[in-house]
Write a protein that binds this ligand. Structure first.
Ligand SMILES: *Cc1c(COP(=O)(O)O)cnc(C)c1O
Length: 371
């Protein structure tokens, strides 16, 4: 048979595909057990915002029609929320879509794009898929004030003439590490005007309001800054696939040239629009997360397990040994966590903060496996 991988464009041949968290149904089939909990994909344990659920009911009868290709109502709501013009917004089928659009629109095989070690796996995939060179910058060590976090100084030093894009997640996944306002601002100031800084704020909502670093405040100052946000995490709409970018109108215009005309489906559009203003749901999500995080951190301390301090809805735990057997044992006890060996962290697992009862079960399982 023809070797079709060999026929693929060189960047695609080389890249390591994304490995998603194991779905509950798959584990049920494999082990024949039920009552499984999934703490593997940073999903919201509260489910979708009730306002979003209600909004899609009214949209069901419209499903024969194409969605609004411009996403007017959602963009309007986002423009109000961020106090920004509508033409600064690019909607995506999840923020993943927007990240890919950025790479497609701005990177060529003559360019490189940089990102930190232990940051989101989608960055190198998006960069390589368009044939650009991907450059991973070593992260800070465990023993630093930002364990496994992004080394901004090293990143600055690595920028050259061909560097067209920098991806930074703040907070970062899978480490949970977090860059302060001032250091990030000073970093962006030093980045050349033709290098686009993509600040991925998928987990922004989880930090307490006074600690949050909201890069969208800097958009009017930096033309080369792009902020990405998602409804998949704190808003509980991962299954709908909707996210967006905020940027100057010229960048948004470029992205909108190449996005699929109907890249966000009609249910996702109305769900996201309804969810934006559900502050009560967002507050509850933060509360559940803070409580669950505390419980998990305390258990790690009790079991003398090292973890990376996290400002997200997940915790990266270091087991000090190959984590795969521990992952397997937890699976058999009905808890799905996320191996991160593909990120170069073979001794760690990433655990999503679930509901209170899920976390009670998680800490028991942790005790059983590591105690
Ligand atoms: C989950 C996540 C996203 C969001 O993905 P969606 O495509 O919006 O579901 C983006 N960036 C990071 C770092 C993430 O962890």
């Amino acid at each position: 048979m023809t070797d079709f991988k060999k026929l693929a464009v060189p960047g695609v041949q080389k890249l390591n595909p994304y490995i998603p968290g194991k779905p509950i149904s798959e584990l049920e089939r494999e082990l024949g057990i039920s009552n499984i909990i999934k703490l593997a994909s940073n999903e919201n344990p509260l489910g979708p915002s009730p306002k979003a659920m209600q909004a899609i009911q009214g949209e069901m009868s419209e499903l024969a029609l194409y969605p609004d290709g411009n996403g007017f109502a959602l963009k309007k709501a986002l423009a109000d929320k961020h106090q920004i013009d509508m033409d600064c917004i690019t909607l995506g089928n999840g923020s993943n879509d927007v990240l890919v659009l950025l790479a497609e629109a701005f990177l060529t095989p003559e360019h490189n794009a940089i990102y930190s070690q232990f940051s989101f796996a989608v960055y190198p995939i998006a960069i390589q898929a368009v044939g650009a060179e991907h450059q991973m910058i070593p992260a800070l060590p465990w023993q630093s004030n930002s364990p496994l976090g992004c080394d901004l100084d090293l990143m600055l030093d690595s920028i050259n003439q061909q560097t067209r894009m920098i991806f930074i997640a703040n907070p970062n996944n899978p480490t949970g590490s977090f860059l302060g306002k001032r250091q990030l601002y000073e970093f962006i100031q030093k980045v050349p005007a033709e290098t686009i800084v993509v600040l991925d704020e998928a987990y922004l909502e989880y930090a307490p309001a006074d600690e949050r670093v909201d890069g969208s405040e800097w958009l009017s100052e930096f033309d080369n800054l792009v902020i990405t946000r998602t409804f998949s995490k704190a808003y509980g709409l991962a299954g709908f696939r909707v996210g967006y970018a905020l940027s100057n109108p010229d960048i948004a215009n470029v992205l909108n040239r190449i996005r699929q005309p109907f890249n966000v489906n009609s249910l996702a559009l109305v769900a996201a629009e309804a969810a934006i203003n559900d502050d009560e749901f967002l507050a509850r999500s933060m509360q559940v997360n803070a409580k669950g995080m505390q419980l998990l951190e305390e258990q790690c301390k009790a079991l003398k397990l090292r973890y990376a301090p996290s400002k997200g809805n997940f915790l990266l735990i270091d087991f000090g040994q190959d984590a795969m057997p521990i992952y397997q044992q937890m699976l058999e006890l009905g808890v799905i966590t996320r191996p991160v060996a593909n990120y170069g962290l073979p001794n760690c697992l990433r655990v999503t903060i679930g509901s209170e009862s899920e976390m009670q079960r998680m800490v028991k399982v942790l005790e059983q496996v590591c105690g």
